[in-house]
Design a protein around this ligand. Structure first.
Ligand SMILES: [Zn+2]
Length: 284
């Protein structure tokens, strides 16, 4: 039997090798390579020369790959992954893609954006790494979220500037919203009544939502919050958008963002059943 090898590029930018072959050639089918713009959100050095990476791909969502020989230079003096992939690097990746496999193989990586201003600004870097931690834990594998990818890539640029605090809070709100973790601040999660009290607001990390004045006495893990901050969070979510990103973000200080970041971190610790690593750096 004569096999005809064709290389086709579909609209999702996946290189579909032999996609038309029947499934009686499973080994050949598994060699299909995919290409995607990716952000590195987790990195584990593996052996002396390799890395295991969690990448957030624009068209593929979250995926785990091994970069074999990432730290090994060729005879010509260069490494095939530009010397290794770093956290928050944005690059064009080529990788074997089989959704059934836990670990795919990275075959090419071309760095597109190393986010240098961000790397020179410690506060922005902490917020960027915290964003990456949240992305790596909240997004499901093989669940493409292209809009959120664009938001994340743009946010990494802005985190290297004086707009870092409001950029992080707005991105975090979008991430929680798109992954179904954003609390409903308008209604009490205990009794279902609207939360209208303007003097003080309460939030329960374990219930993942607002608690009204009447119910706060029976919810032991309630966190008291300035209601103006809840209004601020709702305001950020309603800002007009361009290409998915909120426009005219108000300038915020840590005095405003820390209490909200702390509240969401507590909620995520509870939801994920483990303590997040980066809040210790971000919240001081
Ligand atoms: Zn209530």
């Amino acid at each position: 039997m004569v096999l005809r090898f064709t290389l086709m590029k579909d609209r999702g930018s996946r290189i579909a090798i032999l996609d038309h072959l029947p499934s009686i050639f499973p080994i050949i089918r598994h060699m299909a390579l995919a290409r995607d713009r990716c952000i590195c959100v987790r990195k584990v050095e593996y052996s002396e020369t390799s890395q295991i990476l969690t990448l957030f791909g624009r068209d593929h969502g979250l995926l785990r790959v091994i970069a074999k020989g990432a730290h090994r230079a060729t005879k010509a003096g260069y490494s095939k992954f530009d010397g290794g992939v770093d956290l928050l690097d944005v690059g064009e990746a080529v990788f074997t893609f089989d959704p059934g496999r836990e670990l795919n193989t990275l075959t090419e990586w071309s760095l597109r954006e190393g986010n240098l201003p961000l790397r020179r600004y410690l506060r922005g870097m902490y917020l960027g790494l915290y964003s990456a931690e949240l992305v790596s834990l909240l997004i499901q594998e093989n669940d493409p979220l292209p809009e959120l990818f664009v938001r994340f890539e743009k946010s990494l640029c802005d985190l290297g500037t004086a707009k870092a605090e409001e950029t992080f809070l707005a991105f975090q709100l979008d991430l929680l919203h798109q992954t179904g973790h954003l609390a409903d601040f308008a209604v009490c999660v205990e009794c279902g009544n609207p939360v209208t009290d303007d003097r003080s607001a309460y939030f329960s990390p374990s219930r993942g939502g607002s608690i009204c004045q009447n119910c706060q006495g029976v919810v032991p893990d309630r966190i008291r919050l300035d209601p103006r901050l809840i209004r601020l969070a709702r305001q950020l979510l309603r800002l007009p958008r361009s290409n998915g990103s909120p426009q005219r973000l108000p300038r915020l200080t840590r005095h405003q963002t820390d209490p909200l970041n702390r509240l969401f971190a507590e909620q995520m610790n509870h939801t994920l059943g483990k303590r997040l690593r980066m809040p210790a750096y971000v919240l001081g």
